[in-house]
Ligand binder design. Structure first.
Ligand code: IPE
Ligand code: IPE
Ligand code: MG
Length: 248
């Protein structure tokens, strides 16, 4: 059953954490944890699409994740390629457009090729944008934007918030209204530093592979109760979100 919500985030971002601990608790390998994590991601994406959330961002691989054992990194990229190949027809059928946030040039060639194909094939999707933050670093994204503005030779007064945001990977997309992090960690880990300025946060102890539709609904229900003030007083607090069911 899909519940209705008074207000929904236009943009939901998720730090999918806890695959390794989920696996360890079951005597499984970290790879098994990551595999189970992709299933949870698939479920979340479809449910967000059904609910009418316009933008979903999944933190898939941080630039800092290169510090993991080579085998684990290779497995993650291999899993991503297989996942994209398997799931693209369904994503396209659901009208979902795939975007990547992150530095692609540093990724293995086979990964880049699969990404390019998936991004191109889904480009016409107009029901939802699915951003995969891949080889992503919030600080690096900010530096890239600075360099791009410097290269344009802008006058200092022309460096506005809008001009800056237009150089970020998320250019043209709204900031995340809600950021969920699973597995009990209470930090951003270099995720969407600029864009999170006024995001609401939802933390849960649940490990990512166990984060199902009921948990998503709980997070969305919590979000619907939040009074977003954007610096104003309580009286004129606004809910800067699309009404439930608005799929325009
Ligand atoms: C999140 O799960 C997936 C990635 C960061 C790729 P982890 O692999 O970080 O799982 P834990 O935090 O070790 O449990
Ligand atoms: C954040 O999780 C990155 C992803 C979910 C892809 P990490 O597990 O890498 O974060 P830290 O190291 O615990 O901060
Ligand atoms: Mg982790």
């Amino acid at each position: 059953m899909t519940p209705t919500f008074d207000t929904l985030p236009r943009h939901l971002a998720v730090i999918m954490d806890g695959n390794g601990r989920w696996a360890k608790a079951r005597g499984l390998s970290r790879s098994d944890g990551h595999k189970a994590g992709t299933e949870a991601a698939k479920t979340l994406v479809s449910e967000c699409r059904t609910l009418g959330i316009e933008h979903v961002t999944l933190y898939t691989f941080s630039r800092e994740n290169w510090a993991r054992p080579k085998d684990e990194v290779a497995f993650l990229f291999d899993l991503l390629v297989r996942f994209m190949k398997r799931e693209m027809p369904s994503l396209i059928e659901q009208g979902i457009r795939l975007r990547i946030l992150g530095e692609l040039s540093e990724l293995p060639l086979t990964t880049r090729q699969a990404i390019k194909m998936a991004v191109d094939r889904s480009a016409k999707g107009n029901r939802m944008t699915l951003n995969l933050a891949l080889n992503y670093s919030g600080r690096d994204e900010i530096l890239r934007a600075c360099r791009a503005l410097a290269a344009k030779g802008l006058a200092p007064s022309a460096i506005t918030e809008d001009a800056f945001a237009a150089e970020l990977y998320t250019a043209g997309q709204p900031d995340p209204d809600l950021i969920i992090r699973t597995s009990g960690e209470l930090r951003l880990s270099n995720f969407l530093l600029w864009q999170a300025a006024y995001s609401e946060f939802y933390f849960t102890d649940t490990y990512w592979p166990d984060f199902g539709t009921d948990e998503l609904h709980k997070a969305l229900a919590a979000f619907a109760t939040r009074a977003r003030r954007f610096g104003a007083t309580g009286e004129d607090a606004q809910h800067d979100r699309a009404p439930a069911g608005d799929e325009s």
